[in-house]
Design a protein around this ligand. Structure first.
Ligand code: CTP
Length: 408
């Protein structure tokens, strides 16, 4: 989404200026064109040489280039920008922005900019808490500027300290979300995904499960979010996280029954439902309340199993005409025929078949080899070995073309 975007990155004089280098790298890596505008105080903290080397463009700081007399037009830069990001934004720059004190190139550019403006405040706690700073930030908000505050993350909020600048990745994610929501091909769509394994309890410390890591489902969630969708994952126990936790909502569940309930509660709102979870087919009929002790049973215990609900089939039976349902099939033999049978049995629109016979496919890998079978056309398209994120893109491309082919 940031590819080819024109971003003005404004840097002011704060300790957090070193983090702007990381932000610059993330933007450049995503294919954005970045013009750095730095305040005179900013240059005390970070050298323009580093910034121009990474951005591939001369850094702008003064109204004129000293040796040539060339004039930098803040109006042109303001118009060139698709977005302007000021990180770090110090108390002083925030005050100038709120009050139109146009005494440096960055503030004049800000005042001329037609593009959306994002600011990541950075200062010490007392300066941040001061009523004058708070009033200035409130003023900038009222101008429609986006204020990026640090996510509290895993640290307790008292350790984080208000005033610390948001991390470069958070700032980057905020920009990516902005453009995805504005231009993404799935903007305004609600996507519901099941992912990961389910754990079926035998007793409080043991379970029946499988080797699914959730990587495929989470890759689809990340890709759908990058296309501007409103994404919810109902996830079994996994170690993976969405790349942008603000863009993807995770509902954590443990067993197949919990996954069914959590999915049923959310399916009515969804436009696209992707069933990527490796749901355990059976669960212990009588899970023990206490840990089963070895010495109490003379013989090896037998675990009686009951069938789990089939989530895909249950939801598929109630599918509305304007919803698209995508299932997965992990097969060892007769992948195509088994995939087609599941497509029909579960009332799906599409099934993504992966065969364990293919190297690089299946659980735990970062790659996958899939065939996408479409119910409407009967076509089966086999894709080569790709990263799971690229496979996610192929799946969502197929969903989007099915939608434009008249499903919605
Ligand atoms: N699925 C589900 N609930 C289940 C079992 C499967 O929602 N209890 C979904 C999976 O998420 C996947 C599809 O159904 O999208 C096919 O899963 P798979 O395990 O391959 O199919 P099964 O129906 O369990 O068939 P089998 O184990 O006989 O191959």
């Amino acid at each position: 989404m940031l590819k080819g975007k024109h971003i003005v990155l404004g840097i002011t004089g704060g300790i957090a200026a070193y983090k702007s280098v990381m932000l610059l790298r993330l933007l450049v890596k995503a294919g954005a064109e970045v013009q750095i505008v730095i305040t005179p105080a900013g240059k005390e903290f970070i050298t323009p040489v580093t910034l121009s080397a990474l951005s591939g463009k001369p850094v702008i700081s003064e109204f004129f280039t000293a040796n040539t007399g060339e004039w930098h037009s803040h109006v042109d830069i303001g118009l060139w920008a698709d977005a302007m990001v000021i990180a770090p934004a110090t108390a002083s720059s925030i005050a100038k922005m709120a009050n139109g004190v146009a005494d440096n190139m960055l503030i004049t550019t800000y005042l001329s900019a037609k593009a959306p403006v994002f600011l990541a405040p950075a200062m010490d706690l007392d300066m941040m808490a001061h009523p004058s700073t708070q009033r200035n930030i409130a003023t900038l908000r009222s101008y429609g500027n986006h204020i990026i505050e640090p996510a509290e993350g895993e640290l307790a909020s008292h350790l984080v300290g208000k005033g610390r600048m948001a991390e470069p990745q958070e700032i980057f994610n905020t920009l990516a979300r902005y453009f995805a929501a504005k231009e993404g091909s799935l903007r305004g769509r609600k996507v519901l995904i099941t992912a990961g394994p389910t754990y079926e309890r035998i007793d409080p410390v043991r379970f029946i499960g499988n080797f699914s890591t959730g990587k495929m489902g989470y890759a689809i969630a990340d890709e759908a979010a990058a296309r501007g969708a409103d994404v919810t994952i109902v996830s079994g126990p996994v170690a993976v996280r969405p790349s942008d936790s603000e863009a993807v909502k995770v509902v954590s569940v443990e067993s197949a029954r919990e996954m069914l309930t959590a999915t049923q509660e959310r399916v009515a709102d969804a436009d696209i439902v992707i069933l990527a979870a490796a749901v355990a087919d059976y669960a212990p009929a009588h899970p023990a309340d206490h840990k089963i002790k070895r010495e109490k049973s003379a013989d090896a215990p037998t675990i009686e199993l009951v069938k789990n609900p089939d989530i895909a089939r249950t939801l598929g039976a109630e599918k509305r005409d304007n919803q698209i349902f995508v299932g997965f099939a992990l097969e060892t033999d007769d992948a195509d025929a088994n995939g087609r049978a599941k497509l029909v049995a579960k009332n799906l629109d599409m099934i993504v078949v992966n065969s364990l016979a293919d190297a690089g496919a299946g659980f735990g890998t970062d790659t996958n080899v899939v065939t996408i079978i479409d119910a409407a056309t009967g076509s089966a398209r086999r894709f080569p070995l790709k990263s799971k994120r690229a496979v996610a893109a192929d799946i969502l491309d197929a969903v989007e073309s099915a939608q434009s082919a008249g499903k919605q």
